[in-house]
Design a protein around this ligand. Sequence first.
Ligand code: CP
Ligand code: NVA
Length: 309
Amino acid sequence: MRHFLTLADYSKEEILDITKLAIQIKKETKAKIFKPYMPHKTLGMIFEKSSTRTRVSFETGIYQLGGVGLFLSSNDIQLGRGEPISDTSRVISRMVDMIMIRNDSQKELEEFASYSKVPVINGLTDMYHPVQLMADYLTIIEHGLENNIKATYIGDGNNMTHSWLMLAAKLGFDLSIATPKGYEVDQEVLDKALGFAKVSGSKITITNDPKIAVKDCTVVTTDTWVSMGQEDEKNQRLKDFEGFIVDKNLMSMASNDVIFLHCLPAYRDLEVSEEIFEQNSETIFSEAENRLHAQKAIMVWLDQKRDEK
Ligand code: CP
Ligand code: NVA
């Protein structure tokens, strides 16, 4: 049985297999062909943090696959009142076929998975957001950039940055990351990614200068400067991130065929200018839609792996 906790656990071939499945499932969905890949299966969806895309895409996705989603807000289940993760996992995984969880800590996610009888999917933690990156990769392919990815991440060294690091390092494309001083990526994650990059041939560049990072790249991406749970740091962060906005000036230094991605929610005129956001809105909202298709593929793949033995 496999879990989907971080792309660090996945080989290039597996990431490409899941992506291939996502392309096929998307094609079927667009043709209104809803094959029951997971009939009568239940997906438990535990949320300790807010969500729009993750909730709607997983719930719609499992329904379209022939199953049903169970929305479990930690405010409503006993987990929120102190029932241990280990007990919650042992109970829920005896009743459902797969679990998606959005929680604070990657460590707790791993603990949850270690007690689970069914595959567990990371719906975002403090360290990683791997399902988002599968949607982002699908979007990149759809823009014909599969063999020409030179990606740049501008902003906070957070869960999204770590996930970009893993995707690049596993698939072998180049990635430059520009963060303000003091907001760099986690050193342990970086070291791990550099290890994978050695094998895949990916060139990882880390800088504090967005202009250096963005030069000639074909994919620019960013994320909020204030992630969920960091609301108290907002004022300080807005000061520290000055000069890191993705705007017309910065985008003009990228390649001519550059695309802009954003996992959303986006904060206009903070991490991205209103102008750049709106100019790229078709791509950004396709990226959001691709959450549905990519995650259906992840669920089907995990379900099939479970049956293999
Ligand atoms: N990008 C993303 O995960 O969005 P939500 O927080 O709305 O799920
Ligand atoms: N870095 C953001 C991503 C939101 C999808 C957060 O963790 O809040």
